[in-house]
Design a protein around this ligand. Structure first.
Ligand code: PMP
Ligand code: GLU
Length: 402
């Protein structure tokens, strides 16, 4: 526990035990190094490099000019925004939520936290297929529940076989959390894989699912599928999405959920005590986004697919690294165990080495439950990606030469 030795003051045990978000920590480190004059290519943060669509900015300007969105919004979100999100869930995902089953929050991150707080507490277990997005496990721990990680390998395309997930479920398991397309691996669950998973969930009457679909528009072959659309699963699933990735609006901090009414009502109670609801102007922007023609999003997958291929090609020159072939999102998760030495013993050491020696910022895999890996976010320009992989190849070659 962190204490102030000079006095009786101390932090709470829960926050003392909490680890800092590795993604945000690396992004901050990168900002600091740049401010100190270092030339860093930042592949750490999962943040689109493009500008947001013009209609989103216009919606924000119109909302401010209208002068009527300045007061506290309803805790759950404006009714017309929730109705627009319900229509989006139906249109894009085949999910039948009423507006009362939809809630708007301050980013998908807070939306997920609300649901976790609503559903689990001390003594409960939450099954999380690994590699997983950094915040799931820490958010679960915060409630006093235990994350139960179900590991998978690169050979398994970082998707634990469903039998392994089923074997991790105990009478204490209340929740399963996963993302598809996945952060940090880029893996995508097929309809058949989702159906297998759904069959396991439906065998356990006390088990709920959080399906994080924030990368739904970034799929390179086939189509994104929602587990909640599988017969029997709508009542067992909370579907999470947001405007950060698809619309490059990370800074506006809007995410949302659709789910069973009893869960959404409980999440609303949590939100009412923690934030009073999401920023009103940003909610007006979110409405414009979810009402936009989904065809506008088609170009996204093309851009990221090209960048994925560029990174995978470049990484072939890195001795010993083995790569997965992501089918979605904008991350590659190479297995870098071949680069571990007496001095560079783990992925945190390796990402520090690459930051300091190559000027490339990545995120260590430990924080995603994948200790032999580093995560590369390729949500940046082709030129910077080419530069970054060349720098990585040079630095790793030098490492092996010493
Ligand atoms: N889920 C996943 C899988 C993510 O990668 C992220 C990062 N953006 C989030 C949730 C949180 O997104 P937001 O910016 O909406 O909080
Ligand atoms: N989700 C992004 C990432 O994984 C942004 C950082 C964060 O929200 O933790 O890099």
């Amino acid at each position: 526990m962190i204490t102030d030795q000079a006095s009786a003051l101390h932090l709470s045990p829960v926050v003392s035990a909490m680890t800092e978000s590795a993604t945000l920590k690396m992004a901050q480190r990168c900002r600091e190094m740049r401010a100190a004059g270092h030339d860093i290519v930042d592949l750490s943060l999962g943040e689109p490099d493009q500008d947001p669509p013009a209609f989103a900015i216009e919606a924000a300007q119109a909302a401010i000019a209208a002068g009527k969105w300045n007061k506290y919004p309803p805790v759950m979100g404006f009714p017309d925004v929730r109705a627009a999100i319900a229509a989006k869930f139906k249109r894009d995902n085949g999910l039948d939520y009423t507006p009362e089953q939809v809630m708007v929050s301050t980013g998908a991150k807070q939306a997920i936290m609300n649901v976790i707080l609503a559903l689990v507490g001390p003594g409960d277990e939450v099954v999380i297929p690994a590699p997983f997005w950094v915040s799931y496990a820490e958010q679960v721990r915060f409630t006093g529940a235990s994350p139960v990680l179900v590991h998978s390998t690169l050979e398994e395309d970082y998707k634990p076989p469903v039998a392994r997930i089923a074997a991790a479920i105990t009478p204490r398991t209340r929740l399963l959390i996963f993302s598809s397309p996945a952060n940090p691996s880029g893996s995508v669950l097929s309809q058949a894989e989702l159906e297998e998973l759904a069959a396991v969930v439906l065998r356990h009457p006390g088990l709920m699912v959080i399906s994080d679909e924030i990368y739904e528009h970034i799929v390179f072959q086939g189509a994104h599928r929602s587990i909640g659309a599988i017969p029997g699963m709508l009542d067992r699933t909370v579907t999470v999405n947001g405007i950060s990735k698809a619309f490059a609006l990370t800074g506006w901090r809007i995410g949302y959920i659709g789910g069973p009414k009893w869960v959404v009502q409980a999440a609303n109670k949590v939100q009412g005590q923690f934030t009073s609801g999401a920023n009103g102007i940003a909610q007006r922007v979110a409405k414009a986004c979810v009402e936009a023609d989904p065809a506008l999003m088609q170009g996204l997958a093309h851009v990221y697919r090209r960048r994925r291929d560029l990174v995978l090609e470049g990484l072939k020159a890195v001795p010993g690294w083995r790569c997965n072939k992501p089918e979605g999102a904008f991350y590659v998760l190479p297995d870098v165990a071949a680069s571990f030495t007496d001095r560079i013993r783990n992925s945190a050491n390796l990402s520090m080495y690459l930051l300091e020696q190559a000027g490339v910022s990545l995120v260590e895999g430990d924080s995603f439950g994948a200790p032999h890996t580093v995560r590369i976010s390729y949500a940046t320009s082709d030129a910077l990606l080419s530069e970054a992989v060349q720098r990585i190849a040079k630095a790793i070659t030098a490492l092996h030469a010493n």
